[in-house]
Design a protein. Sequence first.
Length: 284
Amino acid sequence: MMQSPSRNTNGNNGCTSSAVSEHDTIRRTARVLRQLYQRETHWLSTRTSDQSLLLSQQGQLSLNEQLHYGEVAFVLLRLKPCAIIDFAGDRAQLKDYISTVIEPTIRDLNALGAAAAKSLAAADVQSRAADSNSAWYPRPFQLTCSRINGQLASPEVASWTGAFVLYDEMWTESANWAKANLLDPLCTTVAEDTLARGLDYPGSLPTNTEDMMTIVPVSYLGRMKSESGEWMSDRWECLTSFVVLHHQLHQVALHRIRYEAVKMFDIEMQVTMDTSLIENLPMD
């Protein structure tokens, strides 16, 4: 998608809007995501023991399950219309996290999205936008991170108030869904299947006792590489997670194929599934 040169430098990444190749845009995006990862891990490392205990929900979660760089990458790839950025264990720490970690990242990424908006031909944008099922990058985008201020609840979460929503103002489905279902102060409840659509989860939560016995928790784990190709972490860390019912496992396979596009940002991905609850189910 190389376009004719046009001098228009955006942001701190030195991107020239129309003279930047697709490869260079991906490389610069990966650099911003690396910076996000480093900001996240540094921010978590500066928490006091009491703050860490709250973030981990009294030790129920590990801190590497509180990283959001994977969710940001999936929104960039136009796979997830929205991502919820939240520390359910202690939302009092979210304001500092958003201002210190997320907002600088959004500024850098949006410079790249603005450059893509100027360099990509309108016909290319319309053609790719029509295919909502596959990853698309580079592309025009304008990320926004907004706080949920209304008294919003879902069947599994008593209150979403104070959590933040990451969405794309230039992606109609993303912006409309976030504003209608999470950011509208008059909206007080959001159904789980509605959340699944907006967050692009392939499965569904149990609705009865029988379903409870067929839950399979799924996690997409990731490791990011440095520009020199070395691992930036010595362990796999959670990029995103969800649950499916055992008869929906085939949907995970298709979902995973789409999400493996994150490799373009030097993020390797693997999938883990906890099948312990279904191991004793009778065979059909």
